[in-house]
Design a protein. Structure first.
Length: 474
């Protein structure tokens, strides 16, 4: 590994601005590493021409020589998750329907990342239309896990997480409806952060009802994640739900002694886990205990089956509405994977009363968590119910003998924060006896994004898991 690609994003930014490395040197190191390693994992897709990228890097160098920096990401390579539009680059969404789609505009977060000085080098791989927590599609193929290339990198930000773990990019953007910033963070031993709803504005045809999915940052350190969030976040009138800018700085690290930590675990036996996952995540709680936190099991009283059923209704509703035009075209429908068709057809059968009842259950869940936060400062959950699984599987069909009745039931552990719209950091919890990583979710109060990031940074400072490199780096 070169010295350049091993640097954290903020350290790389400092090195560029101190002129220890030129932007052209940084770009060359990044592209060399992608050429050497990406074929083994398939994390980066739609990579741009090398000479064009080196030319843009040279322009960034000239700007610095003239005393102009566009921001902390000036001259840094960045790959956009292939669910966000980036002007002039293919935006395939992991679907053959959009194989030839090249937008003439940037999504809001891409606008801001460019404005901060980043050079967009290509895209990171994602499952078809972001459906599922395993990154595979019929256009680019699967993304493989850096810690074992026979395993899944998770998803839907699997390409972003694998690229980070292998030092192909300094930081990465992603999105999250059902754990897509959290599951791949755990599977790839990196940091993911799902912000509060409205924290990162986005474009879209429907701007008011779709409050399940968010965009957010991923990185190799919490500080890098906070720095990228500061670029992505802030009010934009094109998104009526967007929130004002805030301070997301980590320093000074908080003193968490006396903080109250609630362990949700498996929701009193409701969720099945692969052997070793729950135990590994529970062991990570000792990090909080060692900081002087009061850690205890939460007395779970909410009916989690009701939450799951409401999740199904709301996801069906949103997917069916968003994909109705493509589904209505028989030629396009023929390219859709079965899970997409299942979502759409179930959504088309919904009644207004069912959607309203599901939204009511979601509201009850939010109020329930607010009551819990009267007793706890943070809640902790695993970020997945399984270790990274065989990359040739579409999805796990059973966990510890319990059959999964949908393609995404194996990721039920992540829907709680999504349904409440809460900020949540995904942090490493260590490695199982199989050598594969697992992670935890640190969940905070409504809109307490900075507090969650600071707690995650305090946790990071007392662990060494982020320093354990993938086998492809050894």
């Amino acid at each position: 590994m070169t010295d350049i690609t091993s640097l954290s994003a903020l350290d790389l930014s400092a090195a560029i601005h101190d002129r220890k490395f030129s932007c052209r040197e940084v770009m060359a190191a990044c592209l060399d590493r992608i050429a050497a390693i990406n074929p083994k994992v398939n994390a980066i897709v739609s990579l741009r021409d090398r000479d064009a990228l080196l030319g843009e890097a040279a322009t960034a160098d000239a700007e610095l020589e003239a005393g102009r920096s566009r921001g902390w990401m000036h001259g840094m390579p960045h790959a956009v998750k292939d669910l966000s539009e980036a002007k002039g680059l293919p935006c395939v969404f992991g679907s053959p329907i959009y194989r030839d789609f090249v937008p003439d505009f940037d999504d809001i977060q891409v606008e801001r990342i460019r404005a901060a000085g980043a050079i967009i080098i290509g895209k990171t791989n994602t499952p078809e239309m972001g459906l599922g927590s395993h990154t595979y599609n019929s256009v680019f193929g699967p993304t493989r896990n850096p810690y074992d290339p026979t395993k899944s990198a998770g998803g839907s930000s699997g390409g972003a997480a694998a690229a980070l773990a292998l030092r192909l990019v300094p930081v990465a953007d992603g999105s999250d409806m059902m754990g897509s910033l959290r599951n791949p963070a755990g599977f790839n031993n990196v940091v993911g952060f799902r912000p509060s709803v409205g924290r990162v504005p986005a474009l879209g045809n429907e701007l008011f009802l779709g409050q399940l999915a968010v965009n957010g940052p991923m990185g190799r350190t919490v500080r890098d994640v906070a720095a990228l969030l500061a670029v992505q976040a802030g009010y934009d009138e094109r998104d009526p739900l967007s929130l004002p800018s805030e301070d997301f700085s980590i320093d000074p690290l908080p003193d968490l002694s006396g903080a109250r930590i609630g362990w949700l675990g498996d929701y009193k036996g409701y969720l099945p886990f692969e052997d070793g996952v729950l135990e590994l995540c529970r062991q990570s709680l000792t990090v909080f205990s060692d900081m002087g936190c009061h850690v205890e099991d939460v007395t779970q009283t909410f009916e989690m089956g009701r939450l799951w059923e409401s999740w199904l209704v709301l996801r069906h509703f949103l997917v069916a509405g968003g994909q109705k035009a493509d589904y209505a075209d028989p030629e396009k429908r023929a390219f859709m994977k079965p899970e997409m068709i299942w979502e759409i057809e179930n959504g088309q059968r919904l009644s207004a009363a069912e959607v309203h009842a599901a939204s009511g259950a979601r509201s009850d869940w939010y109020r329930y968590l607010c009551d819990l936060f009267a007793a706890y400062d943070f809640l902790i959950l695993p970020s997945a119910q399984v270790f990274p699984f065989d990359v040739t599987l579409d999805w796990p069909k059973a966990i510890s003998g319990r059959m999964m009745d949908t393609y995404h039931r194996w990721m039920e552990v992540v829907i709680g924060p999504t349904m409440a719209g809460l900020p949540v950091a995904a942090m490493p919890a260590g490695f199982g006896g199989n050598g594969l990583p697992a992670g935890i979710q640190i969940i905070g109060r409504p809109r307490a994004d900075r507090a969650v990031l600071q707690a995650a940074a305090a946790y990071e400072a007392r662990t060494a898991w982020l320093g354990r490199l993938p086998i492809l780096d050894v």
